[in-house]
Design a protein around this ligand. Structure first.
Ligand code: ADP
Length: 738
């Protein structure tokens, strides 16, 4: 027999006694952790971040379990343990829960917790320049500027110091030679300044103080304690949850706090409020961060040194060492639902995370989600109410404009009533905000000659005309092309016509109405990225804009003291979606937008243009009767067994051609397991039946509350064997039905 070494190896394994084995989970779509030997000289524990060989590569993973036994096959060895505290057991449990609940592989969820690999190692070092205290007698204006800047910003790199002083870096070299600056080595990523929990906030009103005390008491007592902070816009919810944060920080020098905000609300103004209250800027986490900022926040969070983190939904997957409190601001906001990759709802997952961390959680909103209200009613969350704005600020008066009797002129979108109000507000030197949830100039482009409606290639979605850029854009996929001068179908020249209003078109109408007004469009097209959003918000707050025309981007949490008129151009557009939350969403969005007005001394008003003044959402909005509106929604959902009274999931299939999609749908339908009380509807073509050339089908699955629909979907997906070109995903608690 050929001696290939194999029998000897087996013999060796049998002789070897128990071995320490690390089960490593990798941030990859793999079904489970893999076993590795822990060689001498390396010490791991559950949660350790490690590097290990996987296939032809080396990968970073997390030790999920450490066991001792004799391996029955050859195992590869752990290569390195990273110098960072192990991932806390509550975090690992959270990842496991999140994977199970959302029917995703645990590795994919772990991937969300490992989004800044640079944070696994200590910060790189850089040369920084600091004042020596020696003042050279050969001073110049440029040198003065550098010394002032060094005083203000502290030790930083030559490039940063030169930028802060507005001089060239040769001036810095000169000052080093003159002995006024010295070079020192320091980490590139500095720790965040520690917040001070003992600074005073404003004097709270009686109801604010009561709510603040209730939160302080809960944080002090410790343990999982969920709250709904239900307060009208501008009632001081932020000031109240600052009380909870102060208490958490004061209770324990290692405690950390996570504040989740919708991405768009993470503006400088909000962060400055944290800084003003706690004397230090919070650690940020959102999609606009550079890799360096990202790894800095990740590292400081993992080491337990970043004490307040303000972030968008993905901040929920940061590896906090000791998370004591979570705030979910604007908890009703639909941007908390992630639709790509792992689909999850950050608000719901935040509640689970708080449970696992044994921490307090505050869900704050002026228009809580029905799910949250029902949880509060059932006593699962404690509800704290704020019913007034402090000082003289009042909620704006909301009036409906019946567009059937107040019809705008042909080709116009503003009714005579709203136009008059805009003129009067401008004459008073006050600001107006027009809200229309449609980007671009016109949401539809048709050919006057042949009637063709222009669509994005391979996608069942109409193209939107954008005049500022001169392009036709697909808002679903981002595909765009310059606006052609001929119809691509019939070739007719100059026949393409934009139909319906977008924000650009409404802004055009306002410019004609108020020729001397400063009019700006605020949408994700005109404000690309945090910097541009910040700039527009700052200019609006400073009174440098008279009329802002915006999409839902304007609805979120901004404070504009001189804004007294809000006009909703087309209140009905949200009601046409046909999904179960359409009415609720319309109500939330419109009342948030209306809540932008009258936030300071001047009273505000909101005018809402609608062709459906009898719709329940509109009537409740005008009456300010949020609870009445929610009660009707609640009764309907209870009657029909819809969430939160029943459970819902979706299965979405897509394939490169219609026939393959149909076959996959048939197979999936046949494979659906039997489940007590579970009803499977479909397959039906998705409302947007084709995206990027892929044909899409949907199943809708409903069940009573007590059914574990995640487990059902896991069984179904496990049994479903589809061709490689077909994609399938589950969506638990779907919010999008497209
Ligand atoms: P919300 O989060 O409920 O919309 P905010 O906390 O943003 O409300 O408060 C709205 C505005 O009122 C902010 O400018 C805030 O600083 C101010 N404010 C809130 N409470 C008080 C108070 N007790 N005294 C003075 N100003 C307050």
């Amino acid at each position: 027999m050929l001696n290939d070494g194999f029998p000897e190896q087996i013999a060796e394994y049998n002789q070897s006694s128990m071995t320490i084995i690390a089960r490593i989970l990798f941030p990859l779509p793999l079904p489970e952790p893999f076993d590795y030997l822990v060689p001498d000289g390396i010490s791991v524990e559950p949660g350790s971040y490690v590097r290990a060989p996987l296939g032809p590569n080396e990968r970073i993973g997390v030790v999920w379990e450490v066991i001792e036994h004799a391996p029955d096959r050859e195992l590869k060895s752990v290569l390195e343990v990273f110098p960072v505290p192990p991932m806390a057991s509550a975090m690992r449990q959270f990842i496991t829960f999140c994977a199970r609940y959302n029917v995703a592989g645990p590795g994919k969820v772990l991937g969300m917790a490992l989004r800044a690999r640079g944070g696994l190692r200590a910060s790189p070092m850089q040369t920084a320049y600091a004042l020596t205290g020696h003042r050279t007698n050969r001073m110049t204006l440029a040198r003065e500027k550098v010394l002032d800047a060094a005083q203000a910003v502290g030790p930083v790199s030559a490039a940063e110091l030169a930028r802060a002083a507005g001089v060239s870096s040769s001036v810095i070299k000169g000052l080093v030679a003159a002995g006024s600056l010295c070079a020192q080595s320091q980490p590139t990523d500095l720790p965040f300044d520690g917040p001070d929990p003992y600074r005073n906030g404003p004097d709270l009103t009686v109801e604010q103080a009561e709510a603040g005390q209730a939160l302080r008491a809960a944080v002090k007592a410790g343990g999982y304690q969920p709250f709904l902070l239900d307060g009208i816009t501008g009632s001081g919810k932020t000031e109240v949850y600052f009380e909870a944060i102060a208490e958490a920080l004061a209770q324990d020098p290692d405690a950390q706090v996570l504040v989740l905000l919708p991405e768009i609300a993470l503006t400088q103004a909000v962060l400055e409020r944290f800084e003003a209250r706690f004397g230090a800027a919070p650690a940020p986490w959102h999609s606009g961060l550079s890799d360096v900022q990202r790894r800095r926040t990740w590292r400081e969070v993992a080491h337990g040194r970043a004490r307040i983190v303000t972030g968008a939904r993905s901040a929920l997957f940061l590896p906090f060492a000791k998370l004591a409190l979570i705030i979910v601001d604007e908890e009703h906001d639909t941007s908390y639902k992630q639709e790509d990759g792992v689909t999850y709802h950050a608000r719901d997952m935040a509640v689970m995370r708080a449970k696992q961390e044994n921490a307090a959680i505050v869900l704050a909103s002026a228009t809580p989600a029905l799910e949250t209200m029902v949880n509060a009613e059932a006593g699962r969350y404690r509800r704290l109410k704020l019913s007034a704005r402090p000082g003289t600020a009042k909620l704006p008066e909301i009036s409906l404009i019946d567009m059937r009797s107040n019809t705008p002129e042909r080709g116009h979108w503003l009714s005579p009533v709203l136009s008059k109000a805009l003129i009067a507000t401008h004459a008073e030197g006050e600001q107006s905000l027009l809200f229309l949830n449609r980007r671009g100039y016109a949401p539809l482009v048709i050919c006057k000659a042949c009637g063709e409606r222009l669509k994005s290639p391979g996608t069942e979605s109409w193209l939107t005309e954008h005049r500022y850029t001169g392009r036709l854009v697909c808002h679903l996929t981002g595909w765009s092309m310059p606006k052609p001068d001929k119809c691509p179908m019939c070739g007719a020249k100059d026949s393409l016509m934009g139909v319906g209003p977008g924000v650009e078109r409404v802004a055009e109408e306002v410019r004609v109405l108020l020729p001397d007004a400063r009019v700006e469009v605020f949408s994700s097209d005109t404000a690309k990225g945090g910097e541009a959003v910040r700039d527009l918000v700052t200019r609006m707050a400073a009174g440098e804009i008279d009329v802002m025309v915006g999409t839902q981007i304007v609805a979120k949490g901004h404070n504009f003291p001189n804004l007294t008129l809000v006009g909703v151009v087309d209140a009905d557009s949200g009601l046409q979606g046909g999904d179960l939350r359409a009415g609720e969403r319309t109500y939330q969005l419109l009342s948030q937008v209306a809540g932008r007005a009258g936030r300071a001394e001047r009273p505000g008003r909101a005018l809402v243009q609608t062709y459906q003044p009898d719709n329940l959402a509109m009537i409740a909005l005008a009456a300010g009767d949020r609870d009445g509106f929610l009660q009707i929604e609640r009764d309907v959902r209870e009657e029909l067994g819809l969430p939160p009274f029943g459970r819902m999931a979706a299965l979405i299939l897509s394939a490169p051609d219609a026939e393959a999609a149909k076959q996959a749908g048939l197979l999936a339908g046949k494979t659906a397991p039997h489940g007590e009380g579970v009803t499977v509807y479909g397959p039906a073509p998705a409302p947007i039946a084709m995206v990027r050339g892929r044909h899409r089908l949907r199943f809708l699955i409903t069940a009573p509350r007590e059914v574990d629909l995640s487990a059902y979907m896991t069984v179904w997906l496990g049994a479903l064997k589809l061709p490689a070109a077909t994609r399938v995903r589950a969506d638990i608690d779907p919010y999008s039905f497209l």
